[in-house]
Design a protein around this ligand. Structure first.
Ligand code: A2P
Length: 316
């Protein structure tokens, strides 16, 4: 396994298991199998609704001696309806209780979007709270406190643009250590990656395989298909590996963390093995050419008319 390093020398395994969309009945087995296969990094979030099952898998894996807590990297994320400063500590404590852990390796602000306390997703504009009411720096101050309290070893953000990171830095003096964003050969995020590299912020690629299993109302009929791309297919042939492995190897070779989701034992195994595939310069250059800045996760579900949230304000 390759690792990426934080400024205090802590190392995060470059490939971890994604758990978004892993159903409650499946995620226990997926996590147990992944750990037995050698995964040492599991990416979770409160909003995925499956942290309790993942916690049972962790507890049983520790009891069975499959892995020790200190050998496992666990990330989770603060949901949008707990962004006020005083809500951050109770939120991480709920996640820790569900995961049956006493600290997280990494805790992220999931989205730069605020919801009313009662809402998990917005149904009307009134479920959204303006960033002028609960600004991102307020949430970030809460995150800084939970790191100080030892509840999370590292803190970061997800779905943040360069300008939002600069904003919280300006207001708090503290940079996030990680920015987790959608990233794959069709959305290479060159500008954001260059910015994060310069600021020493690590990046994690979510939806690295295009998240074909996302809810049907979030799938566009005419969207491009990573698995059908001729360049990806040709490199898979050259490397004698699968198309999915090409996408994951690409992410690791450009020194980003990558978190493919699977609940299937064979795919879990091949995804883990992808971290050890070295693509050559020619293959990396060919993959660079297929970028089309295409988002599968558009974020339009936050942009309800009459609220402050627009696609420009979200990603810009
Ligand atoms: P499954 O869980 O049945 O393996 P992403 O990580 O981009 O969100 O993509 C997850 C989707 O990709 C899921 O539908 C998952 O299905 C599927 N998937 C995971 N690994 C592979 C693989 N190696 N080959 C093909 N599909 C995969």
């Amino acid at each position: 396994m390759k690792y990426l390093q934080f400024s205090n020398s802590d190392k995060i395994p470059a490939l971890g298991l994604g758990t978004w969309k892993s159903a409650k009945g499946e995620v226990y087995n997926a996590v147990r199998t992944a750990i037995k296969l050698g995964y040492r990094h599991i990416d979770c979030a409160h909003v995925y609704g499956n942290e309790k099952e993942i916690g049972e898998a962790f507890s049983d894996a520790f009891k069975a001696g499959d892995v020790k807590r200190e050998e496992l990297w666990v990330t989770s994320k603060l949901w949008n309806n707990t962004h006020r400063k005083e809500q951050v500590e109770p939120a991480i404590k709920t996640t820790l209780k569900n995961l049956q852990l006493d600290y997280l390796d990494l805790y992220l602000i999931h989205w730069p979007v605020v919801l009313q306390d009662h809402a998990m997703y917005p149904e009307t504009k009134d479920d959204l709270v303006s960033l002028s009411v609960t600004p991102l720096e307020e949430t970030w101050f809460g995150m800084i406190d939970i790191k100080k309290a030892g509840l999370a070893r590292h803190i970061g953000v997800s779905n943040f643009s360069e300008s939002k990171i600069e904003h919280i830095l300006d207001k708090t003096g503290i940079l996030p250590e990680m920015n987790q964003v959608e990233m794959h050969p069709f959305l290479q995020q060159h500008g954001l990656k260059e910015y994060c590299d310069n600021r020493n912020i690590l990046m994690t690629a979510y939806s690295p395989l295009g998240s074909a299993d996302r809810p049907a109302n979030r799938v566009d009929a005419d969207e491009p298909k990573l698995f059908k791309n001729e360049i990806i297919k040709a490199i898979a042939k050259e490397q004698k590996c699968s198309e999915a492995q090409v996408m994951l190897a690409w992410a690791v070779c450009r020194e980003t963390v990558v978190i493919p989701k699977s609940v299937n034992p064979d795919r879990l195994k091949q995804n883990l093995e992808a971290a050890d595939i070295d693509l050559n310069t020619e293959q990396m250059n060919a993959l660079e050419q297929i970028n089309m800045d295409y988002r599968f996760i558009k974020g339009d579900f936050w942009c309800i008319e009459g609220s402050d949230y627009t696609l420009e304000s979200l990603w810009g």
